[in-house]
Design a protein around this ligand. Structure first.
Ligand SMILES: N[C@@H](CCC(=O)N[C@@H](CS)C(=O)NCC(=O)O)C(=O)O
Length: 373
């Protein structure tokens, strides 16, 4: 009897070991470790067991700086750094915009991941996939990398943070310089100024006299608008959702008022000068009607019919400045959210509207046209 029991115990332990080995190869070690520690998988946007139902964004892990000084740990050099982005992502979009505004195209090449994100995080497009958007390709620097996570693990095999875009990579040191968009864009403002033409040096996105005002706007815009749409969309309780969406629209109202006040002086957030405030707001607002209204349930109003000043400001940037227009890829944006977030949209059906994704500067939706006639 006891030998029967011990042999069945033996069979079940062998079976358990086999299952773990297969799971290890399929999921990879960190994902397993996360689940075992109750941290949740990559696509658990609210930590399992968190009763608040609130989405809490993790702080970025790599925070080094590129500097002008040739003796710095990460000195500004042409072709040394590579920017990994997703066209879908509003944070990465900031970096693409500033890269172009500052004329860094020849200095910092970039690659966009495929728009689909699954359990292993962002993946690179394969050679035979024909995904729209310049440089949506396999990782040009590391042939073996299939996913963005491979870069993170190559730097630290025990990495436990998230595998996020944008990621700024140093080819010389084979490491990640920084993966926090608010810092990457600030490096781009000045660190490479000795390598670019005067007209790009003259692009000053954080002027001294506006710095304090910009920082103040950044603080609430980040919490309530940039991150507010995610808090609204990823909430897993009615309370958490309503708290986030109400605050989001309060802050959009405040933004609308700020833009109305600035509009007599110029087309930008602070009037006549294009600044960081425009860049940081744009990447959320351009995604608002096409995705956030329906997918993240941010539907108290939409931009095109509810916010005339925001709408005018948005279209001016999109249609008149290629750094904004040419870096916006609606196919990546719409497909990513609707086909990656299976908890929100289990069948991955991408809504067709709104049509068009963005209106021309001289067009209005019918209701607005009628109101102003
Ligand atoms: N604070 C970071 C946030 C970046 C971020 O969360 N990016 C998203 C895409 S929109 C991402 O890569 N998420 C993957 C993940 O969290 O697993 C930044 O601003 O750079």
């Amino acid at each position: 009897m006891s030998s029967v029991r011990s042999s069945s115990l033996y069979v079940s332990s062998v079976f358990a070991i086999l299952i773990s080995i297969v799971a290890f190869y399929l999921l990879g070690p960190p994902l397993n470790a996360d689940i075992l520690q109750g941290k949740g998988g990559i696509t658990d946007w609210v930590k399992p067991g968190d009763k608040s139902g609130e989405f809490k964004r993790q702080a970025s892990s790599f925070r080094n700086w590129i500097e002008k000084d040739p003796n710095a740990e990460f000195p500004a050099e042409k072709g040394r750094y590579h920017l990994y982005v997703s066209y879908a992502c509003p944070w990465a979009h900031r970096a693409l915009i500033v890269r172009k505004l500052k004329g860094l195209e020849e200095i910092i090449p970039f690659t966009s991941v495929h728009w689909h994100m699954a359990e292993k995080g962002w993946r690179f497009a394969t050679q035979d996939e024909n995904i729209p958007g310049e440089n949506t390709s396999p990782d040009p620097l590391h042939e073996k990398n299939t996913h963005l996570r491979d870069l993170y693990f190559s730097v630290n095999p025990d990495y436990e943070g998230r595998f996020t875009v944008p990621t700024l990579w140093d080819k010389k040191k084979q490491t990640i310089v920084n993966n926090e968009s608010s810092e990457i864009i600030r490096m781009f403002y000045t660190a490479f100024d000795d390598l670019i033409d005067q007209k790009y040096k003259d692009v000053v996105l954080l002027p001294d006299d506006l710095k304090e005002k910009i920082e103040a706007v950044n603080a609430w815009t980040y919490d309530d608008v940039n991150n507010g749409v995610y808090k609204s969309g990823f909430a897993t309780t009615q309370e958490a959702y309503e708290k986030a969406v109400t605050q989001l629209f309060k802050s959009l109202d405040r933004t609308e008022k700020n833009l109305a006040d600035a509009s007599s002086k110029g087309p930008y957030y602070f009037g006549e000068r294009l600044t960081e405030a425009d860049v940081r707001l744009f990447t959320t607002i351009v995604r608002f009607d096409p995705v956030y209204v329906q997918h993240f349930k941010c539907n108290i109003r939409d931009i095109r019919s509810g916010y005339p000043h925001l709408h005018r400001w948005l279209r001016h940037l999109y249609w008149t400045n290629p750094a904004f227009g040419e870096t916006t890829q609606f196919e990546h944006i719409k497909n990513h959210y609707t086909k990656s977030h299976k908890q929100i949209n289990p069948f991955g059906i991408t809504p067709v509207g709104p049509v068009p994704d963005i209106l021309k500067e001289d067009e209005e939706v019918a209701v607005v046209k009628k109101a102003v006639a």
